[in-house]
Unconditional design. Structure first.
Length: 588
């Protein structure tokens, strides 16, 4: 064995400058265990405080099954065979649209004082049957009058749903009480311009018939509500108007355990309410090509989260039926006018044909070649009528676009292939959500808001050009048909006079009969559609109040805080030990 080998083997495995001696690390941690415990406790405490002060978020989900589009007539009934299943992406964009959020977030006409804690919704919700029960089947009711308005411009928060209260219940026991405060809060006119008006009010029920109201100061480490601390006391009568601190307030509390409970009530403007709803609403397809769409709503109230999700789903269903009914009625009216004209012309030419055949019995029949030309003319004029109806549908789509009725535009798009790109609705929904948020936070001249509104305008222009180009395509086809008709009419005009007159009359009778039959069928289909319009979706699983918070999840966050505290504590202990100029063991 060489000297180098002996030197290399001597003490091998007993000393390595780059190795880590876990025993020494453990001893260093033990020597600085107080520092480690202090840092870990500090981080854990900060995490617990952060969790306790977060606004609770609850998630509620309602599930819709999109219906397949059926051939039910309408303006484009002849194109029904070309239609595809409703695009889930477009329907999702419509569920997140500003128009639907505006209807849902608006305030109801009256303040109801007979509602339970949670206003539930039945599965397979049928808005038509609900409308018939409330309005009767003999009158012309309007589904827009029955839209669910949740009234989100008044925000009510329960103090006992705060995470800090949940932590307290876990430590000392207890259950979440079942109670709820419904409120309507409006600034008094004289106080609208006062900047020192409170941002919200604290409402406390010391007894069943008594309510204390005070300006809201803070949500955590709250002070007691009492007359000595500036609170005002009122007799509580459900729904009765109370004027306090510059606000007109109506209250309706339900539940067996509301005595001794405290709430925060604040008022926000409509733009902010719509922006909050759009930000807290999401929709997604449960599986690829399943046509099952889930509407998810986040809110600090579990009851309101479920009610908002159901309201969005129900309003979406009502709106789809209403659009179908309106479209079918407009189609029926348009066809009826065309039908009256065609029937009048048909009666006239049939009379002319009878007179002509009585005057010229020798020309009662036509050659087969002439009949073939007449058949071609009949087919061309019938196709021209169909193209004119499609052209009318595209003009209707442009009217919907100019009126910003994107949901009606989407319903029409489901009948006409490639009428509107699905990405348009998705992009528009995102733009509307961002514009609504900025409107609630900034002035109308905000640069970011102006850029987004310009982008939305450019998007609308692109869609308008798409509609115009498609309408021009139908116009070109109509012009081409007119050219072919003129050529065939020249061939008929070259016949002998008696045959030419008879051929023209027979052609008008045959063409008129085909067009009248087509219009009668289309009108019948439109009338059936108007009377029995089906919804674009079925509510198969209504939302129910969630039993647990989606955020913050106390156990998860506290566990992460403990783990992070231990890691930081170990790092601080080792760092402190490295800076100590001292030897603690013989090995050192």
């Amino acid at each position: 064995m060489t000297q180098e080998q002996q030197n290399a083997g001597y003490g091998a495995g007993t000393f390595d400058e780059d190795s880590i001696n876990f025993g020494e690390l453990f001893q260093a941690l033990i020597r600085n265990v107080r520092l480690l415990a202090f840092v870990a406790s500090l981080v854990t405490g900060v995490t617990g405080l952060w969790v306790a002060t977060r606004t609770p978020v609850y998630q509620a989900e309602a599930t819709l099954l999109l219906e397949k589009d059926e051939a039910t007539g309408g303006v484009l009934s002849e194109l029904a065979s070309l239609t595809s299943d409703p695009a889930a992406e477009a329907e999702i964009a419509l569920l997140r649209s500003r128009s639907l959020a505006t209807v849902t977030a608006s305030s109801p006409e009256g303040f109801s004082t007979d509602l339970p804690i949670f206003h539930s919704t039945n599965h397979d919700f049928d808005p038509v049957e609900s409308a018939k029960k409330e309005w009767g089947s003999s009158i012309d009711w309007d589904l827009t009058q029955m839209m669910d308005a949740v009234g989100l411009n008044t925000v009510v928060e329960r103090f006992d749903l705060r995470p800090s209260k949940g932590i307290e219940r876990r430590l000392f026991g207890g259950e979440v009480a079942k109670h709820r405060l419904r409120a309507k809060m409006i600034p008094v006119a004289a106080k609208k311009t006062i900047h020192d008006a409170p941002k919200g009010l604290d409402v406390f029920f010391p007894a069943e018939n008594t309510v204390l109201i005070a300006p809201h100061k803070r949500f955590f480490f709250t002070s007691d509500l009492s007359l000595e601390n500036g609170a005002l006391q009122f007799a509580y009568n459900p729904g009765e108007e109370i004027v306090a601190f510059g606000y007109s307030v109506q209250l309706y509390v339900v539940g067996d355990d509301y005595v001794g409970e405290r709430y925060r009530v604040s008022a926000i403007n409509d733009d902010q309410a719509i922006a909050d709803l759009m930000r807290n609403t999401s929709a997604f397809e449960s599986g690829r090509k399943t046509n099952v769409v889930t509407v998810r709503v986040e809110h600090h109230s579990p009851y309101l989260a479920a009610e908002i999700a159901n309201a969005l789903a129900k309003n979406y269903i009502r709106r789809s039926i209403q659009i179908g009914q309106q479209k079918a009625r407009r189609t029926s009216s348009f066809i009826e006018r065309q039908l009256d004209n065609q029937q009048h012309l048909l009666a006239t030419v049939e009379n002319d044909l009878a007179n002509l055949q009585s005057k010229h019995p020798e020309a009662i029949s036509l050659p087969d070649s002439t009949k073939a030309v007449i058949d071609q003319l009949t087919a061309l004029e019938l196709e021209r009528t169909r193209q004119e109806l499609s052209f009318t549908a595209l003009e209707q789509a442009q009217a919907h676009l100019d009126a910003s009725d994107h949901q009606a535009l989407a319903r029409l798009g489901r009948e006409a292939p490639n009428l509107i790109a699905v990405s348009y609705f998705q992009e528009l929904a995102d733009l509307d959500a961002e514009i609504t948020r900025l409107r609630a936070e900034y002035t109308v001249n905000n640069p970011a808001l102006l850029v987004l509104e310009k982008g939305r305008g450019d998007l609308r222009d692109r869609v308008r050009q798409n509609l115009i180009s498609q309408a021009q395509g139908h116009a070109d086809q109509i012009e081409s048909i007119n050219t072919k008709v003129e050529q065939l009419e020249v061939r008929l005009g070259n016949l002998p006079q008696s045959q030419a007159q008879l051929a023209e009359t027979v052609r008008k009778v045959q063409t008129g009969s085909e067009i009248v039959a087509f219009l009668l069928k289309s009108k019948q289909e439109a009338d059936i559609t108007a009377a029995a319009t089906s919804a674009a979706a079925v509510l198969i699983d209504p939302a129910v109040p969630p039993t647990g918070r989606a955020f913050p999840q106390t156990t998860v966050f506290i566990a992460c805080g403990v783990l992070l505290g231990l890691l930081l504590g170990c790092a601080c202990a080792l760092l402190f030990n490295a800076f100590q100029a001292a030897l603690h063991t013989e090995a050192e």
